[in-house]
Write a protein that binds this ligand. Structure first.
Ligand SMILES: O=C(O)c1ccc(O)c(O)c1
Ligand SMILES: [Mg+2]
Length: 628
């Protein structure tokens, strides 16, 4: 499988682009004419530069407004093509993309277009070059890959073939199934892009909102399955016009692109086993069975504050690491690890950012397969020296320098708690918190696509549509990724400004991290009462909120009174209730949430988020533990 990416997909000058693309593992580039023209160097130099990076030029593009012109425009278009053929030969590429015309004088007509392409094929053949014809979704006469194929078929020339672009097909809601009947060797090139479903002008949507396969809502997999069923064996290339990517880090965007291609082609191979996908076998998407632990880096006074908070939440300190300054706190199935080591990963995190989540442990079927799949997707493995009698637990790098560890039973890793921790006697608590319902990772809005892809490419997780959360000082976007059965739910919150609560958290914590952890109970009123007795301080919710609840839902007045007394928030979908209770903020904006979730309630209380945020902002920000 030859992988490729259009230079237009990433930011930087040509050299920065080539470096990023090569480092990500691509085999080639589609060179966008703009990128070539902007570069100060001859076409031969550019060709050499590309090859010096271990890349080849898989395509030169775009060549616009060629077909169906009346004279004298027609002759001029051929002259123009000859100049571009000269350029291609110097660059060292044999394939050019002709996109369907948007020229106001284009006359249209399938045979006219076919004749023009046939003649262009004759000229290209003299130089050993090939021409691929692509239907732009907004082409004046040709805007459907089926028409483009009919033109190529009638052009009937060895050097003329079809170029398919998933955006132009799927963006126009055309079924990709018709691709299956095209002979694979007449498809000269395949471009892939996904996009979020937004109802807008096709051209604007295409030039600003495309994203990597899997990052959007289009069925790129079905498209690619149809392509592979033709026997197509040419390059698979990303052509992503995206405003964020144009301004983003070229290395990250290239790496994400490569990751998305590997995940996509692995899916295609599994769905279409006869398709000729030559990709090393990789373990399938990892099914997450649960959250094994969440680890905080904490030291000194902050570790003490963390202990007080955990106690007030009903956690018991059940274990002390045999060799290290690491405590294990537990309640129900929830394990919180507090790491006060002065060396190693947690220490680095604490030194850099203070009290924060440095590590998340996930339960999986096979920890080693999880790391294998991660490596195939270009995710860095993580390892640090272990002490005597300790287990080497497979791990990878996660969000912003944090770590994800994988625990399985099959290789005995789930014994880590017994092996590495000395059990401590502890009194059981009655707060009733059972498991981790979800956790929220706050990041810059520009990183959301990347982390959505990270989770959905590595794990068997699906994403929900992005929602806007209104902060009094700006917008925060929220995207949920979750494993099918709720074993792992993560809300990715993207901040656009530092004035929002999420943005302030980013600034004060030196980057992206877990901002809140939601713990579930089966009886939130009983939990609230027990928590209060332990000194837990709830986030105060104003009277107005409850007056509105009474208007919105058909609630029993007694229930409403109890909610108000305990600062419990409420949401409901199709009669399924959801209750929420928030802690006050600690450590620059982290907080805990207690939820009671009806099995058929699939949301996260999004309608309550603006009121929760306003309440948090009213209390002000405190570094340290709950303010009074
Ligand atoms: O937006 C465009 O003009 C454009 C150009 C070349 C392509 O391959 C394409 O898909 C779109
Ligand atoms: Mg294209």
């Amino acid at each position: 499988m030859k992988t490729s990416i259009a230079t237009v997909s990433i930011s930087g000058n040509l050299i920065e682009k080539l470096e990023a693309i090569a480092a990500a593992g691509f085999d080639g580039i589609e060179i966008f004419e703009q990128d070539f023209i902007a570069h100060d160097g001859s076409p031969r130099d550019v060709g050499r530069l590309v090859r010096d990076h271990g890349l080849e030029i898989t395509l030169f593009q775009p060549f616009r407004d060629f077909e169906c012109l009346p004279e004298p425009l027609r002759s001029k278009a051929f002259d123009r093509a000859e100049r571009k053929f000269d350029l291609m030969q110097e660059l060292g590429t044999d394939l050019i993309l002709v996109c369907s015309s948007v020229h106001p004088n284009s006359l249209g007509g399938i045979d006219r277009a076919a004749n023009d392409l046939h003649e262009l094929g004759e000229r290209a053949a003299k130089r050993g070059l090939r021409v691929g014809y692509e239907a732009l979704a907004w082409g004046r006469h040709v805007n459907d890959h089926r028409d483009a194929w009919e033109i190529v078929r009638r052009a009937d020339h060895q050097n003329i073939g079809l170029i398919l672009d998933s955006f132009h097909t799927l963006g126009r809601k055309l079924s990709p199934e018709s691709i299956r009947s095209i002979p694979g060797d007449k498809i000269f090139f395949v471009q892939l892009a996904d996009a979020p479903l937004i109802d807008m002008d096709l051209l604007y949507w295409s030039r600003h909102f495309r994203n990597m396969p899997g990052e959007g809502d289009l069925d790129v997999r079905a498209f690619m399955q149809a392509v592979m069923a033709t026997g197509y064996a040419g390059p698979i290339s990303l052509e992503i016009f995206n405003d964020q990517f144009r301004g983003g880090n070229p290395k990250t965007v290239s790496r994400d692109g490569y990751r998305s291609l590997v995940a996509l082609m692995d899916d295609v191979r599994q769905a279409e086993p006869e398709a000729p996908v030559d990709l090393p076998t990789i373990p399938p998407r990892i099914s997450v069975q649960g959250v094994e632990f969440i680890e905080f880096a904490a030291r000194g006074a902050e570790a003490q504050q963390m202990a007080e908070l955990l106690f007030s939440l009903g956690f018991a300190r059940v274990g002390q690491h045999r060799n290290k300054a690491i405590e294990l706190w537990q309640q129900g199935e929830i394990r919180i690890v507090v790491n006060a080591e002065t060396e190693g990963h947690a220490a680095h995190v604490w030194n850099a950012r203070g009290l924060s989540v440095c590590d998340i442990g996930l339960r999986v079927h096979s920890a080693s397969q999880t790391v294998q799949r991660a490596s195939a997707l270009g995710i860095s493995p993580f390892q640090q020296p272990i002490g005597p009698g300790e287990l080497q637990i497979p791990a990878i790098r996660g969000l912003e320098g944090s770590v994800l560890h994988f625990i399985d039973e099959a290789s005995g890793l789930s014994r880590v708690w017994d092996l590495e921790f000395r059990a401590e006697a502890s009194a059981p608590s009655d707060t009733g918190l059972q498991r981790i319902d979800h956790m929220a990772q706050t990041m810059s809005y520009d990183d959301m696509l990347s982390w959505t892809l990270f989770y959905t490419a590595l794990f068997d997780m699906r994403k929900s549509p992005m929602v806007d959360v209104i902060d009094p000082d700006g917008l925060v976007r929220s995207q949920i990724v979750e494993a099918g059965d709720g074993a792992l739910r993560i809300t990715l919150n993207g901040a656009e400004t530092h004035r929002t609560l999420a943005g302030d958290f980013l600034a004060r914590n030196f980057g992206a991290s877990v901002q809140h952890i939601a713990l579930s109970t089966s009886d939130i009123f009983q939990s609230a009462e027990a928590l209060q007795k332990r000194g837990f301080q709830a986030l105060p919710i104003p009277e107005n909120y409850y007056a509105d609840l009474a208007a919105r839902f058909d609630l029993n007045p007694q229930l409403l009174t109890r909610m108000k007394a305990a600062n419990i928030l409420y949401d409901e979908v199709n009669g399924a209730p959801f209750f929420q209770l928030y802690s006050r903020s600690f450590a620059g904006g982290m907080f805990f949430e207690i939820v009671q979730r009806d099995a058929s309630y699939a949301g996260f209380g999004a309608p309550n988020a603006p009121f929760r945020i306003a309440a948090q902002k009213r209390l002000g920000r405190t570094k340290g533990l709950p303010e009074s």
